[in-house]
Ligand binder design. Structure first.
Ligand code: MRU
Length: 341
C-alpha cells in the first residue's frame, strides 16, 4: 500500500534485517524500526511495534530466519519466538515452516521466510477478491480492531474487500470500533482508511447495538487470530459481542482470514490460549498533547486493578461465513477441512 505516494510493506526482510512499520507510533508519526537480530524482532512482536495476526506471522518467520543466519540455537530461538504472543496461529505456523526449512540450509530458511511473506500478501489479496462482492455500492461496514494492511504484510484481511470495492468504484462507509484498550481501530484502522481516502468514522466500542438498531450497519467484517477446526474464531476482545449483536439484528457477520490462520489441531475455541496483557494498557493512554509531545496519562482510578484479556472466541454458530483466499466457506469442520486440503 502507498503512504504519501510511496509503496510500503508492513514487514520486510532485507540482508538479514527485519524492517517494520512502527505501529506504536502511528497515527502520530510514520517510522520504520529495524531489527537486526532475532531478539530484536521478538521484542518488536512483544511490544506490538508489529501486530496483527498476519504481520506477526511474517515477522516471526523472519525472526526464525535471523536465528539461522546468526547460527543461534534454532530450538531455543523457536521457543523464544513462540513465547512472544500466544494466540495468533500465523506466528506458530511461520516458525514451524522456517524451522523445518532451516534443517536443510540457512538459505532455505531465508527463502522460506520470504515465501511465507509473499504468500501472506497473496492470500490477503485473494481475500479481497472473494470478499468484494459482499460489499454492495453504498454499503456501511462495521469492523473491529485492525485487520487492514498493517495487520498483514499488505492488503489486510477484513479491510481487503473494502479496499477492492473502493478501488472498483463502489461507495463504502466504514464504522471503525475504537478497540480499547490499545485502540487499534481508532488509531490504525482510521489511519489506513484515511490514507486510502475511504469514508469512515470512529465509534466507541459500546456503540454497536445503537448503530445496528438504527439500521446503520449492512454487514460486519472482522479478522481472525486463530480459527479452530470447528469454525470457532479467536479475534480481538469485543468481537464476540459484535457477533451476538449482529445475530440479534439479522446482520451478516463475516470473518476474513487466510488458511494459515486455521488450526486444524485445535478442536474448538475452548482450546485456544487467550493472551492476557498488562493491566497498564487499560490504566494508561498515550497520545500527543497540544504541542505534539507524546504523553502517557492515567485514565482509571488509581489503586484499582484491571483485567486485560486480548482476545475472545466467537462460536461458529454466530458466523455467516469465513472469507478465505480460496473462497467463502461455512464455519464448520467439513468446509474447513476441505479448504485446507
Ligand atoms: O493488535 P493485536 O495483534 O493484538 O490484534 C490482533 C489482531 O490484529 C486482530 O484481532 C485482528 O482482527 C486479526 S487479523 C489482523
Amino acid at each position: 500500500m502507498k503512504v504519501a505516494g510511496k509503496d510500503y510493506l508492513t514487514v520486510r526482510f532485507d540482508e538479514g534485517v527485519v524492517y517494520l512499520i512502527d505501529q506504536n507510533r502511528l497515527p502520530f508519526a510514520f517510522a520504520i524500526r529495524e531489527c537486526k537480530q532475532c531478539e530484536d524482532s521478538c521484542a518488536a512482536i512483544r511490544d506490538m511495534t508489529v501486530r496483527g495476526a498476519g504481520a506477526i506471522g511474517a515477522a516471526a518467520g523472519f525472526a526464525m530466519a535471523q536465528a539461522f543466519v546468526a547460527d543461534d540455537d534454532p530450538v531455543a530461538a523457536a521457543e523464544r519466538i513462540r513465547a512472544t504472543r500466544p494466540t495468533a496461529r500465523d506466528l506458530f505456523y511461520a516458525v514451524e515452516c522456517v524451522f523445518s526449512a532451516g534443517q536443510v540450509s540457512v538459505q532455505a530458511a531465508v527463502d522460506e521466510a520470504q515465501r511465507l511473506a509473499r504468500a501472506n500478501t497473496e492470500a490477503a489479496r485473494g481475500i479481497g477478491i472473494f470478499g468484494e462482492p459482499l460489499i454492495s455500492d453504498g454499503a456501511r461496514v462495521l469492523t473491529h480492531c485492525n485487520a487492514g494492511w498493517l495487520g498483514f504484510v499488505d492488503y489486510g484481511s477484513a479491510l481487503s474487500p473494502v479496499y477492492m470495492a473502493h478501488r472498483g468504484g463502489k461507495q463504502v462507509f466504514v464504522y471503525a470500533d475504537e478497540t480499547r484498550p490499545r485502540s487499534q481501530g481508532a488509531r490504525l484502522t482510521a489511519w489506513e482508511l484515511a490514507n486510502e481516502g475511504i469514508e469512515h468514522t470512529i465509534v466507541p466500542d459500546n456503540a454497536g447495538a445503537y448503530l445496528m438498531s438504527k439500521g446503520l450497519i449492512d454487514l460486519v467484517i472482522v479478522g481472525a487470530d486463530r480459527i479452530a477446526a470447528n469454525g470457532d474464531v479467536a479475534n480481538k476482545i469485543g468481537t464476540f459481542e459484535k457477533a451476538i449483536l449482529a445475530r440479534h439484528f439479522g446482520i451478516p457477520f463475516f470473518v476474513a482470514a487466510p488458511r494459515s490462520t486455521f488450526d486444524p489441531e485445535t478442536p474448538t475455541g475452548a482450546d485456544i490460549i487467550i493472551e492476557e496483557r498488562s493491566a497498564d494498557e487499560v490504566h494508561y493512554q498515550t497520545g500527543p498533547d497540544q504541542d505534539g509531545r507524546i504523553q502517557t496519562i492515567r485514565v482509571t482510578n488509581p489503586g484499582s486493578d484491571a483485567f486485560n484479556p486480548a482476545f475472545d472466541v466467537t462460536p461458529a454458530e454466530f458466523i455467516t461465513g469465513i472469507i478465505t483466499e480460496k473462497g467463502i466457506i461455512k464455519p464448520d469442520n467439513h468446509a474447513i477441512a476441505a479448504v485446507l486440503r
